[in-house]
Design a protein around this ligand. Structure first.
Ligand SMILES: *[C@@H]1O[C@H](CO)[C@@H](O)[C@H](O)[C@H]1NC(C)=O
Ligand SMILES: *[C@@H]1O[C@H](CO)[C@@H](O)[C@H](O)[C@H]1NC(C)=O
Ligand SMILES: *[C@@H]1O[C@H](CO)[C@@H](O)[C@H](O)[C@H]1NC(C)=O
Ligand SMILES: *[C@@H]1O[C@H](CO)[C@@H](O)[C@H](O)[C@H]1NC(C)=O
Length: 391
């Protein structure tokens, strides 16, 4: 039985939905609704893989070693951007949607946040990617699948259509980051760039139609992130690096890959301008992950990343401490002593320390457009205060 089917059977068997309204923790948003990939997944792939008996190294220690309760499920040593965002807004950490559903009241916790992001997810669905020869061995829970889960679960979370419009309208919606994996799989498989570039408009269209769909359902505030400077990521530096490649002299990052990420981001922002013109009353916030992260590569000492910016904390050796046959979580890999001095955790994902800086650069700093603070000034007062106990 596929998961979608499994979930649906359970949903059908729920009879009563107890409607209890979540109270707003601050003046801005009553909840966070998230879609995306490993940058935002707080436990969905872990649940899916246990349902499907799949085993991934990133659900074993040392993953999660610096997380609040050391649990695994996130692709880092600790918290992600979405966790810092929830804390800053005074909301509970956003629980993964995929979970053992026993009783209707399980859905009550989703009124203050629900996360549909799945590590490994792509924007394009698996049939489109497979037709292009791109195989995703991690998950088929693409953005479209996540949106289907959202629509199917909505009545159980918020009740009837008009109440759900209110729920969606009062939520901060994180649309991504998504799309990075559509490129990761072919880039890491060694496909040439001119074969990967035509994917970009397709990926952007998929993200944009998701945004438009959510606006139709009542969304008032959406954060749409762009891609990170992937040319600075240890796995890419290892797989794509060569004497023929051009490296940015100030950062040591691969120019070709960073330019590719910027190309994606430009197309995305152009489309977001168009949506803002059509829906001037909806807050469409572009989150400039690229430049928020690039600050770290430019000024690592300023942020305390003294143990290297391009080398992973956890890995199987080599120049960038990345070895695809000895990945973090496998017995053949080892972990550094001070992850908070490293930018990169496992060759692909950031450390908690880097995610904290990126979060601050975005949501307290200048790297969202329009600036997040200007829409939600109350949130800044609470940033960094208290940890949520609702995990
Ligand atoms: C995959 O996406 C394509 C293009 O958006 C769409 O035509 C197709 O119906 C989708 N397939 C599935 C199985 O969702
Ligand atoms: C994705 O779907 C294909 C069929 O389209 C299936 O063969 C494959 O096992 C699925 N992959 C995962 C990770 O579920
Ligand atoms: C939706 O449910 C609320 C109770 O939560 C009720 O007051 C309202 O009348 C309902 N609206 C519709 C259109 O059924
Ligand atoms: C990568 O890891 C494998 C397995 O531990 C090992 O055999 C190989 O020598 C490593 N490669 C490099 C370049 O370190």
């Amino acid at each position: 039985m596929s998961f979608a089917c499994f979930l649906w059977v359970i949903l059908q068997s729920l009879v009563v939905v107890v409607v209890v309204y979540a109270t707003a923790e601050n003046g801005c948003y009553k909840s966070i609704i998230s879609f995306g990939d490993s940058l935002a997944d707080t436990g969905n792939l872990k649940q899916l893989s246990s349902l499907h008996n799949l085993d991934f190294p990133f659900f074993r220690p040392p993953y999660g070693e610096n997380f609040l309760d050391q649990s695994t499920g996130r692709c880092s040593d600790g918290r992600l951007i979405i966790d810092f965002l929830a804390e800053g807004l005074g909301l509970p950490l956003v629980p993964p949607f995929v979970h053992e559903i026993d009783i209707a009241s399980d859905f009550v916790k989703f009124r203050q946040g629900v996360n549909y992001a799945v590590a490994g997810a792509t924007a394009l669905n698996s049939s489109v990617l497979e037709a292009m020869g791109i195989v995703n061995l991690v998950t088929n829970s693409s953005l479209g699948v996540q949106l289907d889960w959202f629509k199917e679960s909505l009545p159980y979370i918020c009740g009837n259509v008009s109440d759900c419009r209110k729920f969606i309208g009062g939520s901060l919606i994180l649309m991504g980051e998504i799309g990075g994996n559509d490129y990761n799989f072919p880039i890491l498989a060694g496909s040439p760039m001119d074969e990967i570039k035509p994917l970009v408009p397709l990926v952007i269209d998929t993200i944009i139609s998701a945004v438009n769909g959510l606006i139709e359902m009542g969304a008032q505030t959406l954060v749409v992130p762009g891609n990170f400077p992937v040319g600075c990521v240890p796995s890419y530096l290892t797989v794509c690096g060569s004497e023929k490649e051009e490296y940015d002299p100030t950062t040591g990052c691969l120019s070709r890959l960073n330019e590719f990420a910027e190309y994606h981001n430009e197309l995305l922002q152009n489309k977001l301008y168009q949506i803002r013109e059509v829906h001037p009353n909806v807050n469409i916030i572009y989150a400039d992950y690229y430049n928020a992260a690039l600050q770290i590569y430019r000024f690592p000492d300023k942020y305390g990343f003294t143990n290297g910016v391009l080398k992973a904390c956890c890995g199987g050796g080599g120049t960038f401490n990345y070895n695809s046959s000895a990945e973090c979580g496998m017995a053949s890999a080892s972990v550094c002593d001070q992850p908070d001095k490293y930018v990169n955790w496992d060759g692909l994902h950031f450390t908690e320390a880097a995610y904290r800086v990126i979060h601050n650069n975005l949501f307290q700093g200048p790297f969202t457009n329009p600036q997040f603070n200007s829409l939600c000034p109350a949130s800044t007062a609470q940033l960094g205060v208290g940890l949520s106990s609702s995990l």
